[in-house]
Design a protein. Structure first.
Length: 160
């Protein structure tokens, strides 16, 4: 019997190319495509070859550091968008929208004020035709209430 191993010999990778692809945060599939092999080959090599796995891990870390450095330099050079983004990421800054609701003369809204507003809205919705409002239109959404539209009652009968 022969002492030779069965199967194909392992692929020799150019570690510089592996590092370039990993530094760009490439997925295993993208690294495999760049190296001309299958994703399974990369996965197996990561599990079985410490040197290969460490090369990818180190290159990805270097890539993140380079990206962070570029972002930081952009912010320092006055890029307001980058400054805002980094502030949100690292300083927990957020956009804040303040809304205030006030009653008469800037005071609080009371239950009586709310009820009054509701009654005014109801009256306005039931306004008859007038010279200011010739069709008796309301602020309500009329869509679907014209004859032939969904929601129209034209042609319907009600049984008692």
């Amino acid at each position: 019997m022969s002492d030779s191993k069965l199967g194909r010999p392992p692929i020799e990778f150019n570690y510089e190319k592996v590092g370039e692809l990993a530094a760009l945060q490439g997925t295993y599939a993208e690294i495999a495509a760049g190296l001309g092999c299958s994703e399974d080959t990369i996965t197996r090599r990561m599990q079985n070859d410490e040197k290969f796995a460490e090369a990818i891990k180190r290159a990805r870390a270097d890539g993140r550091i380079s990206l962070r450095r570029a972002q930081w330099e952009n912010a320092e050079s006055g890029n307001a968008t980058m400054q805002i983004w980094l502030g949100k990421q690292w300083l927990n800054q957020t956009d804040r929208i303040e809304q205030t609701h006030q009653g008469p003369e800037g005071g609080p809204i009371t239950h009586a004020d709310w009820s009054k507003l509701m009654l005014e809205d109801a009256r306005r919705d039931k306004e008859p035709e007038s010279k200011d409002n010739p069709k008796g239109d309301t602020d309500a959404d009329d869509q679907g209430t014209e004859p032939g539209h969904a929601g129209s009652r034209e042609g319907t009968t009600r049984e008692k």
